[in-house]
Unconditional design. Structure first.
Length: 159
């Protein structure tokens, strides 16, 4: 066997090995994130005059199904069938269900300024189209309220 043939075979084996490792990593990544519960991420925009806008990035389907944070994966919950059904809902259908669950979406979200509750109003719900159903979609709740003058600390909590 010539030296160039040895290198060609070596490169072919390395290429095949890298392809196998890549496919394995892709499969592990897809199965690990398919129903993973992710934390809610909240960002706030506060005006000097007092208005505040909160944007909460949430797994709306998990919230509506009542799957709580004591599960790391939605499949661990007895509410997984409802969650899976909600994941197939088009944005407008899911938005209507969310508006019917005002207590969960707004009353369960607490913002305090210097220890005093801030009244929040749900202004908008942005829900992406149904896509890859093996991945959780992230919806955005946009809430607004007014922070009293002289506020030095804000605290956020979701039931």
């Amino acid at each position: 066997m010539t030296r160039s043939a040895c290198f060609t075979d070596l490169y072919r084996h390395i290429g095949l090995l890298l392809l196998c490792v890549g496919v394995l990593m892709l499969l592990l990544q897809t199965s690990a994130s398919g129903h993973e519960l992710r934390p809610t991420i909240v960002s706030a925009t506060i005006e000097k005059s007092g208005p505040i806008e909160l944007r909460a990035a949430v797994n709306l389907e998990a919230w509506l199904a009542g799957i709580e944070g004591d599960h790391s994966d939605t499949a661990q919950s007895d509410k997984a069938p409802l969650y899976n059904e909600l994941r197939t809902n088009e944005p407008n259908d899911l938005r209507q269900k969310a508006h019917k669950s005002r207590k969960l979406l707004v009353d369960g979200l607490n913002l305090t300024a210097n220890g005093t509750p801030v009244a929040l109003k749900l202004r908008q719900i942005n829900i992406p189209a149904v896509g890859d159903r093996s991945l959780a979609r992230t919806s955005t709740l946009i809430l607004e309220g007014n922070v009293p003058a002289g506020t030095v600390s804000l605290a956020w909590q979701a039931d």
